[in-house]
Design a protein around this ligand. Structure first.
Ligand code: BG6
Length: 517
C-alpha cells in the first residue's frame, strides 16, 4: 500500500483526525472488495459511504478496487453515478470532487444472478484483469450484502470456481446478519462457509462492534484502575443494557416477521454488549484472547426454564401512537406484516451470569422499536451502603451509577452524591457527564468504516467468532420456543412510549427501576 501523508482537505478537525490515524503498519491492505448486493440498501447507505470516508482520510491503498454485483442492468458509469448520490446523501464527510474521482474510477459493476455459473466465470476474469491493473496481488474481500438465502449459493460457487483461496493471497469473506434463524440453521450455514473459507478468513459482522463507544467498553474497564476493583457482585447491584429505537420496522416487515426483537437485536447486538461488559480481563489484547473471554460469558448465562422465561422475560408489540407530531401505524398495519402477527417488537429480560464475579447480580436487557427515544446505553448501578453515616441519616440516597452512552450521544456518565449548596444539609445526586461527540462534529467514524478497514487489515477482533454465535443462539432458541407457545399474552404498547408496563414491573418486583440517562 502507499500512504503519502498528504492531507486532502484543509479543514482543521480533519487534520487532527488524520494526524491520529495510525497507518503504522506493514500490513498489506491491497485488495479487491467484491460486493454481492451492490445495488442494495446496505451498499448504498453504509458500505460505499464508508469507503468514501476511508478515502477521505487517506486510509485506502492505491492497489485497491471495488467490484459490485447486482441483478440490475447498469453500466459502470450509471452505477458510479448512483453511488455518488448515495455518498453525497449518507457520508459523514462532504463530497470533495478530487477525492471522489480517486475512488470512482476504481468502482466497477457486474450484472448477474447469484445462482448463475457464467456470472462467476465472468467475475473471475474481471478480477484477474483488475489484479493486473491495480496490483492487488489476488487479494479479495467478498462482502455478502445480500439476504441470507443467497449466502449458501454464493459461497458454493466461489468454491466451485476456485475463487475462495489462493496461495500467497488472502481471500476473506464478510457475512452480514442474520447468521441463521436459529442454532440449527446457523450451524448449517457455518458448516457450508467453513468448507470454503477457514475461520480466520470469515468475518461475521455485528455492526454494533464497530461503534466507537462499544470499543471503548474494554478501555474504560481495563485502562482504569478504579473500575476493575469494583467490577463484581460485592459492589454492583445490577447492570442494565438498553437499546431503544424510534423507528418502526420501516420497509423490512417481511424480514422482521420471521425475526422479531429477540433474534433481530438480542441474539447479536445485545449479547455482544453483555459479553463486553461482563467478561474477565483477557490474557492479552490479542483477538483470540478477547474472543475467548467473551464467549465464556455467553457460556455462563444461567440456563432458563419455561417458568423462568414466563416470570422474567417480557415481550411486546407496538400499537399506534404519536411520534413527534405524527400518528404512526401499529406494527400489524405495517407492510408485509400479518394483521394478527404475534411477533415481538420489544423484548426485556433478566439474566444471570453464573460465575464467581457475577453470582447474584441481575443483568437486565431491553430493546424495542417505536419507543420514546433513540438511545443505546449501559448503566451499572452500584450497591448502596448499609445504614451508616449519611446512609443512616437520610432515608434514601441515590445510588452511584456509571453510564456508558453508546449512541446517539457518546460518552461516559457518573452519578454520585454531593452536598446541595446552601445552609441546609441536603444531599443531591450530581453528575459528571463526559460527552465524546458533543463538540466535535463528525468525530466518530461510522461503524462500517472501522469494520471494513479491519477486514482489509485482517483483524477480526470486532467480528463474531462461531462459538459466540453458537452460544447466543442456544440461549435465544430456548426463549423463542417458549414464546411461540404462549401466543395469547403479547402486550401491545403505544408507539412513542417506553414499551409495555410489564417491562417496568419486571424491575419493580425486584425493588428496582430502569435508568434512562
Ligand atoms: C439492525 C437491526 O441490526 O440494527 C435493525 O436489524 C435495527 O432492526 C438496527 O434497527 C439498529 O442499529 P443502530 O445502529 O441504528 O442502533
Amino acid at each position: 500500500m502507499t500512504f503519502n501523508g498528504q492531507l486532502a482537505s484543509g479543514s482543521e478537525w480533519v487534520k487532527r483526525l488524520k494526524g491520529g490515524v495510525n497507518l503504522n503498519q506493514n500490513v498489506d491492505l491491497s485488495c479487491i472488495i467484491v460486493i454481492f448486493g451492490g445495488t442494495g440498501d446496505l451498499t448504498h447507505r453504509k458500505l460505499m459511504p464508508a469507503l468514501y470516508n476511508l478515502a477521505y482520510q487517506q486510509m485506502l491503498p492505491e492497489d485497491f478496487a471495488v467490484v459490485s454485483i447486482g441483478r440490475r442492468i447498469l453500466t459502470d458509469e450509471e452505477y458510479r453515478n448512483q453511488v455518488k448520490q448515495s455518498v453525497e446523501k449518507y457520508s459523514r464527510f462532504p463530497m470533495e470532487e478530487e477525492i471522489w474521482k480517486g475512488i470512482e474510477s476504481r468502482i466497477y459493476y457486474l450484472e448477474f444472478d447469484f445462482q448463475d455459473n457464467h456470472g462467476y466465470i465472468r467475475l473471475n476474469n474481471v478480477l484477474k484483469n483488475l489484479d493486473e491493473k491495480y496490483k492487488t496481488n489476488g487479494n479479495r474481500i467478498y462482502y455478502l450484502a445480500v439476504s441470507p438465502e443467497h449466502f449458501e449459493p454464493i459461497v458454493d460457487k466461489l468454491k466451485l470456481y476456485g475463487m475462495n483461496a489462493k496461495e500467497n493471497s488472502h481471500r476473506r469473506i464478510v457475512i452480514e446478519k442474520p447468521f441463521g434463524r436459529d442454532l440449527q440453521s446457523a450451524a448449517y450455514l457455518n458448516e457450508k462457509i467453513t468448507l470454503a473459507f477457514s475461520e480466520e478468513n470469515i468475518y461475521r459482522i455485528d455492526h454494533y462492534l464497530g461503534k466507537e463507544m462499544i470499543q471503548n467498553i474494554m478501555v474504560i474497564r481495563f485502562a482504569n484502575v478504579v473500575y476493575e476493583s469494583l467490577w463484581n457482585s460485592k459492589y454492583i447491584d445490577n447492570i442494565q443494557i438498553s437499546s431503544s429505537e424510534i423507528v418502526g420496522v420501516e420497509n423490512r416487515g417481511g424480514y422482521y416477521e420471521s425475526s422479531g426483537a429477540l433474534k433481530d437485536m438480542v441474539q447479536n447486538h445485545m449479547f455482544q454488549l453483555l459479553s463486553l461488559i461482563a467478561m474477565e480481563p483477557p490474557a492479552s489484547l490479542n483477538t483470540e484472547n478477547i474472543r475467548d473471554e467473551k464467549v465464556k460469558v455467553l457460556q455462563s448465562i444461567e440456563s432458563v426454564t419455561p417458568e423462568y422465561i414466563k416470570e422474567n422475560m417480557v415481550r411486546g408489540q407496538y400499537g399506534k401512537g404519536i411520534i413527534g407530531n405524527n400518528e404512526v401505524l401499529a406494527y400489524r398495519e405495517e407492510e408485509k406484516v400479518a394483521i394478527d402477527s404475534d411477533v415481538e417488537t420489544f423484548a426485556a429480560m433478566k439474566l444471570h451470569i453464573q460465575n464467581y464475579r457475577w453470582a447474584g447480580v441481575p443483568f437486565y436487557i431491553r430493546t424495542g422499536k417505536r419507543l420514546a427515544n433513540k438511545s443505546t446505553e449501559i448503566v451499572v448501578q452500584f450497591k448502596s451502603l448499609d445504614k451508616v453515616l449519611y446512609f443512616k441519616e437520610f432515608d434514601y440516597l441515590e445510588p452511584n451509577l456509571l453510564g456508558i452512552k453508546i449512541q446517539p450521544c457518546e460518552g461516559v456518565y457518573f452519578q454520585m452524591n454531593g452536598k446541595k449548596p446552601g445552609v441546609e444539609n441536603e444531599i443531591i445526586p450530581i453528575q459528571m457527564d463526559f460527552c465524546q461527540n458533543c463538540n466535535l462534529e463528525n468525530n466518530s467514524p461510522e461503524a462500517y468504516e472501522r469494520l471494513i478497514f479491519d477486514v482489509m487489515k485482517g483483524d477480526s477482533t470486532l467480528f463474531t467468532r462461531w462459538d459466540e454465535v453458537e452460544y447466543s443462539w442456544r440461549f435465544v432458541d430456548a426463549i423463542s420456543k417458549v414464546w411461540k407457545n404462549i401466543q395469547s399474552d403479547l402486550p401491545i404498547y403505544n408507539s412513542g412510549t417506553w414499551g409495555p408496563d410489564e417491562a417496568d414491573d419486571l424491575l419493580k418486583k425486584d425493588g428496582r427501576n430502569w435508568w434512562n440517562i
